[in-house]
Write a protein that binds this ligand. Structure first.
Ligand code: 5GP
Length: 181
């Protein structure tokens, strides 16, 4: 049985539309590149870029986070890098969820070294109570409690990504959580 919504598809759509407007308005004028972090951000990215009423480029990178199923180690491998150069671009990094912040910290260090004109972070979800490092999250969709969530791109062992809403991981699927991104 599919889990029931914690954050509905309608609530997500409303919030994503507002975030798109905010990004278009607040990122400085110039070349804008929106970077989706795969795989968790793929659905959010697809909706978000269509909500940004300003010309921009889209690019993606894929990451793999080492550690066990539920604890992020902060050791991240970029398994597929961007196609476009970053230098001089206003970058918006699009994440599914910021949990401990370790993955984001790693990515911010990598991208800062590539000398973008500016670097902002947009996350659909944030779990502030779980943070282990201070990371700036400029645009946050929803702050959520410390629970393992699935849907709208977020998975548990590749399951549940297709849900059009965010849900708690069902108890009978709780042993299959994964952090492959
Ligand atoms: P962090 O390094 O911030 O601890 O973890 C970031 C990554 O862990 C996210 O991009 C996501 O892939 C995974 N993650 C963290 N919390 C959750 C969650 O509640 N559900 C799912 N499906 N993945 C999560």
């Amino acid at each position: 049985m599919l889990p029931s919504p914690l954050i509905s598809a309608e609530a997500i759509a409303t919030r994503v539309a507002a975030m798109g407007q905010e990004i278009a308005r607040t990122v400085p004028a110039g070349d804008l590149t929106v970077v989706g972090v795969l795989r968790g951000a793929f659905i959010f990215m697809a909706d978000l870029v269509r909500a940004i009423p300003r010309e921009h480029r889209c690019d993606f990178l894929a990451v793999r986070s080492y550690g066990d199923a539920t604890i992020s180690s902060g050791v991240v491998q970029i398994t597929s890098d961007l196609l476009l150069p970053v230098e001089g671009q206003h970058l918006v990094l699009v994440e599914d969820i910021v949990d401990t912040g370790l993955t984001l910290k790693y990515l911010l260090d990598v991208f800062t070294a590539r000398r973008p004109a500016s670097l902002r972070v947009c996350a659909l979800l944030s779990k502030p109570s779980r943070r282990r490092v201070v990371v700036p999250v400029d645009f946050v969709g929803f702050e959520v409690p410390d629970e393992f969530l699935v849907g709208y791109g977020l998975d548990a062992a590749q399951r549940f990504r297709h849900l059009p809403y965010i849900a708690r991981l069902p108890a009978d699927a709780a042993s299959v959580g994964t952090r492959l991104g």
